[in-house]
Structures are given as C-alpha cells and as structure tokens.
Design a protein around this ligand. Structure first.
Ligand SMILES: [Zn+2]
Length: 175
C-alpha cells in the first residue's frame, strides 16, 4: 500500500478539506503505520503550540482567530490611547486658560504663585487618580464607553473652570 499521500495529509494537520480528512480517517483505521505517525505528529504539534503560546492552540483556525483577536485588541488599545492623548491635550489647554485666569485675578504675584501651586497640586493629584483608573479600566471597557466618558469628563472640566473663573473674578472685586 502507498502511504505517502496519507503521510502528507497527516502533516497538513487541521488544514485538510472535509473530503481529505475523511479519506485519512478511513486509512488510519486500517493502517497502524500511519496511525503511529499521526499520533506522533499530533504530540509534536501539541508541544509546539503549548510552548510558544500561553493558550494551547492546536489548530490553524484557532491560531488564526487568536491572532485576529489580538490585532483587534491592539487597534482598540491604539484608539483608546489616541482618545487619551486628545484628552490630555485638551486638559493642557484648560490648564493654560486657568493659569491665565488666575494670573489676571490676583494683584500680588506671591499670592498668585501660592494659590497656583496649591491648585496645581490638586490638579496633579486628580490627574494621577484619573490616569490610574484609566490604566485599570483600559482593558475592560470598549471604545464607545471611552468616547462618552471622555466627553462627560471634558464637560465637567469646562464647568469646573468656568466656576473657578467666576470665583476668581469675585475675589478680585468683592461686593
Ligand atoms: Zn498507511
């Protein structure tokens, strides 16, 4: 009996067509030599997949799906990073606006510096807390949520800055 075509089928693994797979199964039922080869090759394949990947992925389609998932995750992570960078840029603009507001609201430079440093400590603490929660939540939340959360945070920032501005102006002209 010619075993060579079946040996090729064995090495093709799970990339076989349905017809080839059935043909191989039929042959393996009657041929101990090819069955032993198939068994040995399966063990090699399992060893390769378990040593090179965290999750065992014996079949080609499983590996492919895993790759696709990883690609999607990478794209999503990059998009989150873009949203985050945009948020940071906007926050910087807000900070500059805030600094300018404070600069014009106080007469003494020392008073202004003290208030500004106090305010900056608060801002940096808030930013750090925000960043920490971002890192924790980054993997768990889909992009749509990120966008709406970003918009909400920006709206809150705007509100906060406008109220600060009002306060600062009231401080300069007490009535
Ligand atoms: Zn055979």
């Amino acid at each position: 009996m010619n075993h060579q075509p079946f040996e090729e089928l064995i090495f093709a693994g799970t990339e076989l067509s349905l017809e080839d797979g059935l043909r191989l199964q039929l042959h393996l039922q009657s041929c101990e030599q090819c069955l032993a080869l198939a068994e040995a090759w399966r063990q090699v394949e399992t060893k390769i997949s378990t040593s090179s990947l965290v999750e065992p992925a014996p079949g080609f389609s499983t590996r492919w799906q895993q790759r696709l998932r990883q690609d999607n995750m990478r794209i999503q992570r990059r998009q989150s990073l873009l949203v985050f960078a945009g948020g940071v840029g906007l926050a910087l603009v807000f900070l500059i606006l805030l600094a300018l507001t404070v600069l014009f609201a106080y007469d003494s430079p020392l008073e202004w510096l003290l208030t500004l440093s106090n305010r900056l400590v608060v801002i940096f603490t808030l930013a750090e807390t925000f960043q920490m929660s971002l890192i924790i939540l980054q993997s768990a939340i889909p992009l749509g949520w990120w966008l709406s959360a970003g918009v909400a945070v920006m709206a809150l920032c705007l509100l906060w800055i406008f109220s600060l501005q009002k306060l600062a102006l009231n401080g300069r002209h007490p009535s």
